[in-house]
Design a protein around this ligand. Sequence first.
Ligand SMILES: Nc1ncnc2c1ncn2[C@@H]1O[C@H](COP(=O)(O)OP(=O)(O)OP(=O)(O)O)[C@@H](O)[C@H]1O
Ligand SMILES: [Mg+2]
Length: 345
Amino acid sequence: MKLKQLSLVNFRSFSNKSFKFSPAITLIVGDNGAGKTNLLEALFLLSTGRSFRATKEAQMINNGAELARIQTQTETDSLEIVLTTGEIAGQKVAKKRYLLNGVAKRRMDFISCLRCVLFRPEDINLILGSPSLRRDYLDTVLESVDWQYRRSNLAYQKGLRQRNKLLQRIREGEAQRSQLLFWNRLLIKNGELISQKRQELIDFINHQLETDQRNTRLEYDKSAISPERLEKYKEAEVGAGATLIGPHRDDVKFLKSNQRDLALYGSRGEQRMAVLATKLSELVFITQRIQEKPLLLLDDIFSELDENNRQLVWQLINQHQTIITATDEDLVSQQTFDKIIKIGK
Ligand SMILES: Nc1ncnc2c1ncn2[C@@H]1O[C@H](COP(=O)(O)OP(=O)(O)OP(=O)(O)O)[C@@H](O)[C@H]1O
Ligand SMILES: [Mg+2]
């Protein structure tokens, strides 16, 4: 499904701006701070319902405004997200709303409409950052292609919050242990599905990394959830007032093929290549699952790649609708673009 245009109203640095994209390759050029990453952030948000950098919705709203609109037109649909600070004219309102062809949708029914794969220099944080970044990564990939995963993940997160509250109340002597049973069942049922799908994704990526002869392997550090394990951790959980096992405690290790942990032993270049190889495998995974080519979003990545990997990425770009950003046209001048958009402050 091709993307045609994007309109931004009060989104980040844009007060009101529209962009038209080529069905092939569009280059976005502009100086530092011009808003290139903001534009990709808007597209990623429309695709996944999440920002890759904002921790709160309000950060994405133009300074001083109450409401931001991000709207895109594909060949078949209009997708729109409305962001607010949570309050308009003194009235409480939703911070984020999803509209498909003008009709309000839940996030889980919205995010399958536009699939993208994003490459950016900060991807290296997947290796260097905290486990929650790696879990978010698995979630983003799986949610974009698998409605069962979306449903289970939503149920699991809600159940987890309830169960943690209950554990705290048990600790305070305000609730009975027997009340845990309901939440245990809910977390086990959904948690098992989440673990299984995460395992499948990691197996797929590993198989692809092997096929591509990349010197990297992922290892799923799974926090399994089961009746036996919950029984074992019961006392500790009541003491902590929190659920101590389950997919919300999962992690993934990036290993060199000699088993060494890349976060601890890899060079910066090795880490960068391992992440790129993983993302390329993700692209194959998504393409196979949806039986169509996702949109590629590339944020200023060429300066980071060596010549071999640059060639590899160019080959891909030529097979997908792609939106690339760069500060300098020369950096990407080996290529001719179907469309170049210059943005300035
Ligand atoms: N909520 C907001 N309201 C207004 N401006 C914002 C908001 N959030 C971010 N900005 C501005 O957007 C600009 C950053 O845009 P962006 O990160 O997209 O730049 P860029 O073109 O990607 O730059 P670089 O080449 O350095 O990566 C900054 O000037 C920042 O002040
Ligand atoms: Mg940028």
